[in-house]
Design a protein around this ligand. Structure first.
Ligand SMILES: C[S@@+](CC[C@H](N)C(=O)[O-])C[C@H]1O[C@@H](n2cnc3c(N)ncnc32)[C@H](O)[C@@H]1O
Length: 206
């Protein structure tokens, strides 16, 4: 099957095992279809020795495991770095609280402890220690406007040129803060919009 990006027209061929994997890891956080777009984004990215995937907001790590399995199956030697304060985060009406033990359980169960690594902190505090060699950035942490704006401003500079930015929950009625922050941030940038639905995918341009 092919996945088509609705803004750029890119078509990505997906092998048969991928929909099966997406079915296994689809959740209320990211459903099967969204995971297929995420996998396609990983396949489009350029991978070098220092490249890594950075996920802001991991919850219990199901999407982290999915991304690691996609990368491994494509012989991409990379790391999935997941940033989440887990139990230190106070959940609210638009944000669930991550669970560190469940995250550990999931990465252990899939033998991915060497590939999936957590940073148990708020995203605003972690950006300064990250190398600017992210190939795929997934933003799915706090869904409040101020936090999403900070994530965009702090982490997109850490993405390689031609790297990809995947932002979940671009849904105005449910997450107005996400939409406002994304629209404002990208309005005066030249990054290329590849796909827009209830998530958005950009390619970073200089
Ligand atoms: C929607 S869930 C993430 C779902 C995950 N990406 C997936 O696909 O399974 C949001 C997560 O963001 C975390 N979070 C909330 N505020 C955060 C912040 N400021 N920095 C990083 N993570 C945050 C929460 O603890 C929660 O685990």
């Amino acid at each position: 099957m092919y996945v088509e990006f609705n803004q750029s027209g890119h078509q990505v061929y997906l092998p048969k095992w991928l929909p099966t994997l997406a079915k296994q890891f689809g959740s209320g956080m990211m459903d099967e279809k969204e995971l297929l777009y995420l996998a396609s984004t990983i396949m489009l990215a350029k991978w070098e020795n220092d490249s890594y995937i950075c996920e802001i907001g991991t919850y219990i790590g199901l999407t982290s495991v999915f991304m690691a399995k996609v990368a491994s199956n494509y012989n991409i030697h990379t790391t999935v770095l997941s940033i989440d304060p887990f139990e230190r985060f106070n959940p609210d009406e638009v944000n669930p609280q991550g669970n560190f033990n469940s995250y550990l359980y999931n990465i252990k169960m899939h033998n991915l402890e060497g590939m999936c690594i957590p940073l148990a902190c708020f995203s605003k505090d972690a950006a300064r220690v990250l190398s600017p060699t992210i190939s795929v950035l997934v933003i799915d942490g706090s869904h409040h406007y101020d936090d999403v704006s900070k994530d965009l401003n702090l982490y997109i500079p850490k993405v390689k040129n031609d790297g990809y930015i995947f932002i979940d929950d671009y849904v105005s009625w449910a997450y107005p803060g996400v939409c406002r922050a994304v629209d404002e941030y990208f309005s005066n940038k030249s990054h290329a919009l590849l796909h827009k639905s209830n998530y958005v995918i950009y390619r970073k341009q200089k």
